[in-house]
Design a protein around this ligand. Structure first.
Ligand SMILES: Nc1nc2c(c(=O)[nH]1)N[C@H]1C(S)=C(S)[C@@H](COP(=O)(O)O)O[C@H]1N2
Ligand SMILES: [Mo]
Length: 370
């Protein structure tokens, strides 16, 4: 192991990995940040216990009874709200599909050493809370305010920088996005790992914007410089690239892997005949999905698409596959209403962000026995 001083004081970029072998550090991260079970893609709402998790540092265990949310900085009326006061405000429940910007990272080569998601960092929950915009308006950002920052109670190091997890949104983004200040997930108080007692949900954006364990909302007269805003969540072509901020979710789809799996490889074993393939498709920024296609080898077929249960929630699709005996590579790809289509190969990014390449499921189809 490296000397500890090197870990905490070095701003050196993490080395890429060219191999299919995962380091102990990546396996430990994968154990902490579990992903959704793909078989739950048949459901509108992901069961809370299988919703993916992405926590950079340690989960802070906060006391809901004593929790306070502070509005400070360039506000005309700075204030502090308790959870009871927030719960007494007009409540809204919104189904929102959230996806981690790192989802698909393991499919981008060479691989950035980080949480090695394959497909599973996505899920849909019914989030309950109060709309954030009216609260910001009540606090009254002064005329020189350009951004509002959101800070969580968790802190730690990344590349030698000690920081609290925080993000910001411009006033224009706050006006355009339906941001919710959330205290419940699927009708239950937030679990510790999902941000209890209070978080925000930024619908249509990748998950990093939805700050958990929220303690501070600050009005800023200059753009926010928090590490997770300016350093981590940026698209970069090269390590030297200054980067472009990651915002809306890219169009994507996934299927429930059919048949039964092999324990270790998850390859699928399916009986020949009609196989009902089902899955979900979503896009960012409230843009609806227009089309889903299923690939069987090199042939593509249109799937049947159901209306989505909400502007920011994924839509169900289904396709009846007439499975002939043999080995098949199944894929699915979605197109959104703006005409954006999922690529077949992973888009390049230094940190492996926003890989929305079509899912691949390898299937062995056998003649029905008996
Ligand atoms: N305070 C805080 N908020 C956070 C994070 C974090 O590490 N700390 N992770 C972010 C990222 S990268 C994602 S993808 C989502 C994941 O939310 P979940 O764990 O509830 O699924 O939370 C976001 N909010
Ligand atoms: Mo994430």
């Amino acid at each position: 192991m490296k000397p500890l001083a090197d870990i905490f004081h070095s701003a050196e970029a993490r080395a890429h990995s060219e191999t299919d072998e995962y380091s102990r550090d990546e396996v430990r991260l994968a154990n902490r940040n579990s992903g959704a079970l793909l078989e739950t893609l048949g459901l509108d709402v992901t069961p809370t216990g299988t919703h993916y998790l992405l926590t950079h540092f340690d989960v802070p265990l906060l006391d809901a009874g004593a929790h306070e949310l502070r509005f400070h900085g360039r506000f005309a009326r700075p204030c502090t709200l308790t959870l009871d006061e927030i719960r007494a405000m007009p409540a809204e429940t919104l189904p929102v599909t959230m996806e981690c910007a790192g989802n698909g990272r393991a499919g981008v080569a060479p691989r950035s050493r980080s949480q090695p998601w394959i497909y599973e960092a996505v899920g849909t929950s019914e989030w309950t809370g109060t709309p954030l915009a009216p609260l910001i308006e009540t606090a009254g950002p002064l005329a020189d305010t350009v951004e509002i920052s959101f800070t969580g109670a968790d802190r730690g190091f990344d590349a030698g920088h000690l920081h609290a997890f925080g993000r910001s949104l411009t006033l224009q983004q706050l006006a355009d996005l339906d941001v919710l200040l959330v205290y419940a997930m699927n009708g239950q108080p937030l679990l510790p790992q999902h941000g209890a007692p209070l978080r925000i949900i930024v619908p249509g954006w990748y998950g990093m914007a939805s700050v958990k364990w929220l303690t501070d909302i600050e009005a800023l007269a200059a753009p926010y410089q928090g590490y997770q805003q300016v350093k981590t969540y940026q698209f970069r072509d090269t390590r030297e690239d200054v980067g472009r901020p990651i915002t809306e979710i890219r169009v994507k789809s996934l299927m429930v892997p059919p048949g039964v799996p092999d324990w270790l490889t998850r390859a699928r074993y399916v009986q020949a005949g009609r196989v009902d393939l089902v899955g979900r498709a979503w896009s960012g920024g409230g843009v609806p999905v227009a089309r889903v296609e299923v690939g069987v080898g090199d042939d593509w077929f249109d799937a049947e698409l159901e209306p989505s249960p909400g502007r920011y929630a994924w839509a169900k699709w289904r396709f009846a596959w007439d499975a002939a005996p043999g080995e098949h590579r199944l894929r699915c790809r979605a197109t959104d209403a703006n005409g954006a289509v999922q690529p077949l190969d992973a888009p390049w990014d230094v940190s492996g962000f926003a890989n929305n390449a079509a899912q691949v499921v390898d299937v062995l189809v056998v003649k029905p026995s008996g």
